[in-house]
Design a protein around this ligand. Structure first.
Ligand code: KG4
Ligand code: ZN
Length: 332
C-alpha cells in the first residue's frame, strides 16, 4: 500500500470523541482523543446537541496538543482528512467546518473519509501490513458487519445485523446490569471474574448465517435481571459477553468458509474486547489464516484511523473540494 508522505492532519468528530491526529505516511506522529463519555454518562447515552457543543469546546486544545506532540506546525501540513459521514450531523459538522477552513486558508488538499473505512484502515497503523482479499468484522456502537475487502476501497457487505449493533448489545446489557455508559469495557471488566455458564443466554439467531441479531439477547437479559433478585453481576456480565462473542465468532467463521476468505481483520470499538480478540485469534490460528486487530488506542473512535484512510485516498488521487458536506447516513 502506498501512503501520502507529507504531514497529514486528520480529524474525527462523528460521535462523542474529539480527535486529531498527525501522520507521516502510515506513521502516527500524534493521536489525541478527548472523550465525552463522562458528559454523556448521566444520560446513559450520547445526547447529540451536547456532543456538538463539547466538540466545539474541545477542538482547539486537541488540535494544539496534536501539533505539539507531533512537533509539526500548521505551515508544515500537506493535507487534511476528515470524517464527513456517517454520524451525528451536528458533531460531524464541527470537524468538517474546521477541515474546510484549514484547507482553504492553508491551500491544502482535502479528503472526506467514511467513518467505517477509517475503522477498516486502523490495522495499518505504523507500517503494519495485511493481505487482500480479506474479511473484516466491523463491530462498533452503530455497526456490526462482516465485509469482504477485495482491495483498499473495494468492499462488499457479507453479513450485517438485523437490529442492534454488537456495541449496542454491550451498552444496553451494561445498563441493565447497572454499569455506566459506555458499557462495553465495564462488561469486560465485570466479566473477568464471572462464570459465563451461570446464566445461559441465547446465541443470536443460531441458524441464520446471513445476519447478526442482538435484540433477542437484550430481551433475554431484561428477563434475567427482572426474574433474578440476587443476580450475580460478574456472572451475568460474563454470560452476556459470552453470548455476544460466540454469535460474532460462529457467524464470522462460517461466512468466511462460505465466501472462501482466508484472512480476517477485527476492527471498530468492540474490537477492544479481549475475549473477542482471543477467540477470533485462536479460530484463525486453527485454520492457519492471518488475523489482525488494531492496537487498543486505534480500536475505539480516533483520528489516526481517519488519517490512514485519508492518506491512502489522497495518494490514490482522490480529492474533495470546499463543497464537502457531512452526512448522517452513508453506505460504505
Ligand atoms: O467505534 P466506536 O468507538 O464508536 C462507534 O463508531 O460506534 O465503538 C464504541 C463501542 C461502544 O458500544 C463500546 O461499548 C464498545 O465500542 N466497546 C467495547 C469495548 N470497548 C469499547 N465493547 C466490548 N468490550 C470492550 N472492551
Ligand atoms: Zn467508530
Amino acid at each position: 500500500m502506498t501512503w501520502f508522505s507529507g504531514p497529514l492532519l486528520a480529524i474525527e468528530t462523528s460521535c462523542d470523541e474529539t480527535s486529531v491526529a498527525i501522520l507521516r505516511g502510515s506513521a502516527i506522529l500524534a493521536n489525541i482523543i478527548s472523550s465525552q463519555a463522562q458528559l454523556h454518562e448521566k444520560w446513559g447515552g450520547v445526547v447529540p446537541e451536547a456532543a456538538s457543543r463539547a466538540h466545539l469546546e474541545a477542538f482547539l486544545p486537541v488540535l494544539d496538543s496534536a501539533l505539539a506532540t507531533a512537533k509539526v506546525s500548521l505551515r508544515d501540513l500537506r493535507g487534511i482528512a476528515v470524517t464527513n459521514r456517517p454520524g451525528l450531523i451536528g458533531a460531524l459538522s464541527v470537524g468538517v467546518t474546521v477541515a474546510k477552513t484549514l484547507a482553504f486558508s492553508l491551500n491544502l488538499p482535502l479528503i472526506g473519509v467514511h467513518h467505517l473505512e477509517g475503522h477498516l484502515f486502523s490495522i495499518f497503523a505504523n507500517g503494519k501490513d495485511f493481505p487482500f482479499p480479506n474479511a473484516a468484522l466491523v463491530v462498533s456502537g452503530g455497526h456490526t458487519e462482516l465485509i469482504r475487502v477485495s482491495s483498499p476501497g473495494e468492499v462488499e457487505i457479507l453479513v450485517q445485523t438485523m437490529d442492534d449493533a454488537a456495541g449496542e448489545a454491550f451498552d444496553k446489557g451494561a445498563r441493565l446490569l447497572g454499569l455506566p455508559y459506555p458499557g462495553g469495557l465495564r462488561v469486560q471488566e465485570a466479566a473477568r471474574t464471572g462464570n459465563a455458564k451461570r446464566y445461559p443466554l441465547p446465541i443470536c439467531a443460531p441458524r441464520d448465517f446471513a445476519h447478526f441479531s442482538f435484540s433477542g439477547l437484550k430481551t433475554a437479559m431484561l428477563r434475567l435481571v427482572e426474574s433474578t433478585p440476587d443476580l450475580n453481576r460478574q456472572d451475568a456480565a460474563a454470560s452476556l459477553q459470552h453470548a455476544i462473542v460466540e454469535a460474532l465468532v460462529q457467524k464470522t467463521m462460517r461466512a468466511m468458509d462460505t465466501h472462501d476468505l482466508h484472512a480476517l481483520s477485527l476492527v471498530g470499538g468492540v474490537s477492544a474486547n479481549v475475549a473477542l480478540r482471543s477467540r477470533l485469534q485462536s479460530e484463525c490460528a486453527k485454520r492457519s489464516i492471518p488475523f489482525a486487530c488494531p492496537e487498543l488506542e486505534f480500536c475505539t473512535d480516533n483520528a489516526a484511523m481517519i488519517g490512514l484512510a485519508g492518506s491512502w485516498r489522497l495518494e490514490a488521487g482522490f480529492r474533495d473540494d470546499l463543497t464537502l458536506d457531512s452526512s448522517p447516513t452513508a453506505a460504505l
